[in-house]
Design a protein around this ligand. Structure first.
Ligand SMILES: [Zn+2]
Length: 186
């Protein structure tokens, strides 16, 4: 459900297809990771160096985040589950639609450092990216509560390597994080 697998959540018709799919197939859990390029610490830098581009990206990110919140609501209404991942402190959790989701009283939140589930820099050093999950399932959140960073040092995710932005590379979930989510789901 993102650009990687071909669905554009800023496109109304495609968003409608997503809702139709969910209504028809009633998935037990929907895992979502709305775009976060304009979120987190680095967004402050772009905001000043390129305000127009920042405003455009931010609007697009909010549109996608709102679709994810609507999907979460749809899941809750059907007594099913969802999980939304974003950097800790991300502004999406403060958006009105997210507050509505939270106010249902069916959301648990967990924050953890991704280095504890194997996130590394391209050079293989641990990268401590604090991440937050909002989910309707305590079973899904529980394994992440136990995660602890045991490293003495980390690679700071800034600059680029091999022509790729480090923060962008870190948007890909480490295999262990995916496995933990899948284990909790099945
Ligand atoms: Zn660590």
């Amino acid at each position: 459900m993102d650009f990687v697998c071909g669905t554009d959540l800023t496109n109304k018709a495609q968003v409608q297809e997503v809702f139709t799919y969910i209504t028809k197939f009633t998935p037990s859990v929907v895992i979502m990771s709305p775009l976060c390029t304009t979120m987190g610490g680095w967004s402050r830098l772009n905001r000043h160096s390129n305000p127009e581009r920042f405003a455009f990206e931010r609007r697009r990110a909010e549109q996608i985040a709102d679709v994810c919140a609507a999907v979460a609501m749809l899941q809750l209404k059907g007594n099913r589950h969802f999980c939304i991942e974003n950097p800790r402190g991300s502004y999406i959790f403060k958006l009105a639609k997210y507050q509505q989701v939270y106010d249902t009283g069916h959301v648990v939140s967990v924050s953890f450092p991704q280095c504890a589930c194997g996130l590394t820099s391209p050079e293989g050093e641990p990268a401590q990216k604090w991440t937050t999950l909002w989910t309707s399932s305590e079973m899904l959140a529980r394994p992440f509560r136990a995660l602890q960073c045991r490293h003495n040092s980390h690679r700071v995710l800034e600059g680029s390597v091999g022509g790729m932005n480090r923060t962008k590379l870190a948007q890909v979930w480490p295999a262990m994080m995916c496995a933990m989510i899948i284990d909790a789901v099945i």
